[in-house]
Design a protein around this ligand. Structure first.
Ligand SMILES: NC(=O)c1ccc[n+]([C@@H]2O[C@H](COP(=O)([O-])OP(=O)(O)OC[C@H]3O[C@@H](n4cnc5c(N)ncnc54)[C@H](OP(=O)(O)O)[C@@H]3O)[C@@H](O)[C@H]2O)c1
Length: 241
């Protein structure tokens, strides 16, 4: 049986990834930060639906410097990691505080990289293993009002390219998915008008569904993608690329 860690499993993209991977037979370490209620309900559904697989809930604030060391103590076997947690700060760079910059850096870059570092011995025990980051199209093209967010998403992409080269000989593949706009809780603060304007800018004329991101993640974890490493795949409905 294969074990995958999904960070942000309590979020919309994370939950969709967990559901698709569980359906494919994975046992899942489901990470969450604040949403314990949603995690409890997701876990009880999974246990009922897939009684022969294991499902664990792991809590951690990934903006805190020492959170990763604790997280790894609760994992045993590990074949793959999907980084699907995250947050943004929506304001001009000139209004962004040093604490907000540190928050985004720790959440999106430092802690995920530290986790890869600590999990490498577990991952490389297997003949094939995978890491997938949910980055963002903003990491490729940049965005005003989310300069620091775009920067850390770009850093994830740079990490994927570099680390993929370092661990390729151990058959550990490292890739990223770069979604455009996905219909999730992260965009819940947008007004109806803002969503409408955004939708009309997207050639496919709609936001992505979390399931569509999960399908790409599921492919990147499959043996069909065994030759793919160091890549970032945009998933934008034709928007901004
Ligand atoms: N939605 C989009 O349009 C879009 C586009 C491109 C990329 N992305 C990326 O996709 C990923 C998932 O986002 P989403 O759209 O699924 O958003 P979401 O539904 O709001 O989920 C966010 C997830 O991140 C977790 N999280 C937030 N702050 C955290 C922290 N400090 N430490 C640990 N976990 C934390 C949340 O945990 P709790 O709920 O348990 O607190 C939740 O599981 C993010 O990396 C985001 O940048 C999203």
């Amino acid at each position: 049986m294969k074990y995958v860690l999904v960070t942000g499993a309590s979020g919309d993209i994370g939950e969709a990834c967990v559901k698709q991977l569980a359906k494919k037979g994975y046992s899942v370490y489901c990470h969450y930060f604040r949403n314990e209620q949603k995690m409890k309900s997701l876990l009880s559904d999974l246990i009922l639906q897939y009684p022969k697989q294991d499902f664990f809930a792991l809590q951690a604030d990934l903006s805190s410097p020492n959170s990763v060391e604790e997280l790894i103590q609760n994992m045993f076997q590990l074949h793959a990691i999907v980084f699907a947690h995250g947050d943004t700060v929506y304001k001009l760079l000139s209004d962004t505080t040093p604490d907000e910059m540190t928050y985004l850096w720790l959440t999106h870059v430092y802690n995920p990289i530290r986790l890869c570092q600590l999990c490498q011995p577990k991952l490389t025990q297997h003949s094939h293993s995978q890491i997938v980051f949910i980055s963002s199209v903003y990491g490729l093209i940049g965005s005003s009002m989310e300069v620091m967010y775009s920067t850390v998403k770009g850093a994830q992409i740079a990490f994927v390219k570099s680390y993929a080269k370092e661990v390729a000989s151990m058959n550990l593949t490292v890739n990223a998915v770069a979604p455009g706009a996905v219909d999730t809780h992260m965009n819940a603060l947008w007004s109806k008008e803002e969503k409408e304007t955004l939708r009309s800018d997207i050639p496919l004329n709609r936001l992505a569904h979390p399931k569509e991101v999960a399908s790409l993640v599921s492919y990147l974890l499959s043996s069909d993608a065994s030759y793919m490493t160091g890549t970032t795949i945009p998933l934008t409905g034709g928007w901004s690329i």
